[in-house]
Ligand binder design. Structure first.
Ligand code: MRU
Length: 371
């Protein structure tokens, strides 16, 4: 999507053909900074420390991490290469626990390198597979966006609203994927079709991913307004929201949805106000191996994320500030689970589904995205 009118993806192979460049999201929205990743350890750290984030992008980044691991160990003997690669898989897999796309991408890479003729062939296969995962993500999101936009246009016609007023939480935008986003694929598609649109953007404490959502929507011409996380219920109750659209890090077989902490409260408020609550669910974020949301590992991150806020001071300098007294304790679960009963439907690359259809329609995840 566009940054200052120029098309970008969040991740790409660098010109040297031996490293990966990604947008370092820690610097956004104040600075657009590309970071070069040369080793699988650097990639694991970039995922863990959230230089990049968002379930689909985490998956693509991990896939490129496997390619880098192959390059690092290409000179080793076949047994040495195999054990180095296994260790790299473990390092990458441990980077973040909740987004199932990470495991999904590593499983694809495992299968891709399994029958390689040697280290160089493994590196070639891992490179092709990582590119396929990245391109597949873009294709999935485009299809998901079309299905979602059709759905919203139908709702608009049925319910007679003019401007479509969407509330979203976190950043399920192009920055959270390779391109286009999941929630934002629907929004960008509607915008491109000329449907009048306004997006309420939850700020999404503690890391304020809403700042990313607002920035990317504005860069791509979609009208939006940031609200603090506590405002959503009031806006829904006072008739200023038509539907809620969120992403997911992992959706289980029964349709329970893990997404950024605070999503559950939005689903409860939507139900109380009779508003549709849709989840943008690309198939690699579906986990048919878990029966329900209780089994999803919920990441706990540093309390420092709650105790501090990043921003820019009056002189334009970016930094952190804390409104809390020194020694204050904080707890920071990164995600929550919204039960399937609160979800109106799942917007996927294969159409809009209800919870009962997910397992049949989405598993196993297709190799290259859209059938
Ligand atoms: O902790 P983050 O920023 O990686 O969390 C991201 C989210 O919760 C997104 O909503 C989810 O990954 C879907 S992104 C298309």
């Amino acid at each position: 999507m566009l940054i200052d009118g120029i098309r970008h993806r969040t991740i790409r192979v660098a010109a040297d053909g031996a490293s990966v460049e990604l947008i370092d999201q820690r610097a956004l929205p104040f600075e657009v900074r590309f970071e070069t990743i040369r080793t699988h350890r650097e990639m694991a750290a970039a995922i863990r420390d959230m230089h990049l984030r968002g379930a689909p992008l985490i998956g693509a980044a991990a896939a490129y991490g496997v390619w880098l691991a192959c390059l690092e160990s290409e000179a080793l003997s076949p047994p040495g290469f195999a054990s180095a690669l296994e260790a790299a898989f473990a390092t990458l897999e441990a980077a973040r626990p909740t987004a199932v796309n990470l495991r999904w991408a590593l499983d694809r890479q495992r299968a891709a390198v399994a029958s390689a003729a040697g280290p160089a062939d493994a590196a070639r296969r891992a490179f092709e597979e990582a590119n396929d995962i990245a391109d597949g993500d873009v294709a999935i999101n485009a299809a998901l966006g079309r299905h979602g936009a059709d759905l919203v246009e139908r709702l608009r016609a049925e319910r007679g609203f003019d401007t479509v007023r969407v509330l979203t939480h976190c950043n399920a935008g192009w920055l959270a994927t390779v391109d286009r986003g999941t929630v934002t694929a629907v929004l960008y598609e509607l915008h491109e079709r000329g449907v009048p649109l306004h997006v309420w953007v939850d700020e999404t404490r503690p890391r304020n991913q809403g700042a990313l959502t607002s920035w990317e929507l504005t860069q791509n011409g979609v009208p939006n307004t940031v609200i603090c996380d506590n405002s959503g219920g009031h806006l829904m109750r006072s008739g200023r929201v038509d539907l809620i659209l969120v992403g997911t890090d992992r959706t289980t077989r029964n349709g329970d949805v893990a997404n950024k902490i605070g999503t559950y409260l939005k689903a409860l408020a939507a139900r109380d106000n009779g508003l549709p609550f849709f989840v943008a669910l690309p198939s690699p974020s579906f986990d048919p191996t878990l029966p329900d949301g209780d089994a999803i590992p919920i990441e706990e991150r540093s309390p420092d994320e709650v105790l501090s806020v990043r921003g820019r001071d009056a002189s334009g300098r970016a930094g952190y500030a804390s409104p809390y007294a020194p020694g204050t304790r904080a707890f920071n679960p990164g995600f929550d689970v919204t039960p399937a009963r609160l979800v109106t439907g799942y917007i996927t690359e294969r159409g809009v589904l209800d919870a009962e259809c997910l397992a049949q329609a989405l598993s196993p995840a297709p190799k290259s995205g859209v059938p």
